[in-house]
Design a protein around this ligand. Sequence first.
Ligand code: FE2
Length: 284
Amino acid sequence: MPKIAKILLVLVLLLIIGAAFVITWRIYFPQKEEQGKTSQILPQIKTNRQSEDNFKFAVCGDPHSNWTVYQKVLKSAEQKGIKFLVNLGDLTRVGAGSEYYEGKKIMAEFDYPIYLLMGGHDLVGQGEKWYHKYFGEDYGSFNQGKAHFIFLNNADQKLGIPQEQLKWLDSDLAQNDLPLVFVFLHQPIGFPYASPKTVGYLTTQSQESAQDLIGILKRYPVKTVFAGHLHTYLPYEFEGISVIITGGAGGPLYQVPFLEETPFHYVLVNVEGEQFDSEMVEIK
Ligand SMILES: [Fe+2]
């Protein structure tokens, strides 16, 4: 083969490889900006005490990119007339940009705000970067009616909750004067059947920060803590704090020892003034 033909062949091959690389990159790491309405965590901090006191909200967790079930959850919650929905994390399986993009696209189809926490799976690879790109801040609070809502990021099982966030939580709770306080986490606190198999391998640091968190929560009138991570439904009491685990929005359901397997589901909370009740809503 003449030398010029060889050079041309190499150039064509390089071009093909380059094009394949760019296409693959665009598929896995879409650069498009958000579509439609945003469903960012904490799009605004509401302090308007005149807002309506009677409302419903939904809580779900752990879709793990199972968009079929997740869409059913969002649709069902919409039909219940909710004011907003909280997703307790693990939106994705491996924290990929394409998963975040798809999840956000689905969430943007709904008219109500959706607040997304970060979960352990969402941290994989460049996950944290994609989370911030598509959903913004990873902790904060807002008021609705007579209730104060707090979102935290305790997704990392090795680090637990950073001290900076705990400090913020303490001052946030100190400033709050509303009677109802709901806290949202990814990792549950005081899970009664805790074992490495169910909650994962925690470090001394994450266990200490969990103790610090519990200490702060106990000093204030926190009514209920919602947590995901475990793909089941389980309400329990821990040191005077009511905890509800809900992780049934699409990820593989698993059997927690001693407990019955629960179906795909979310939790619907009905707030009336200073009173509230909650129920598990099954998804078929
Ligand atoms: Fe999960």
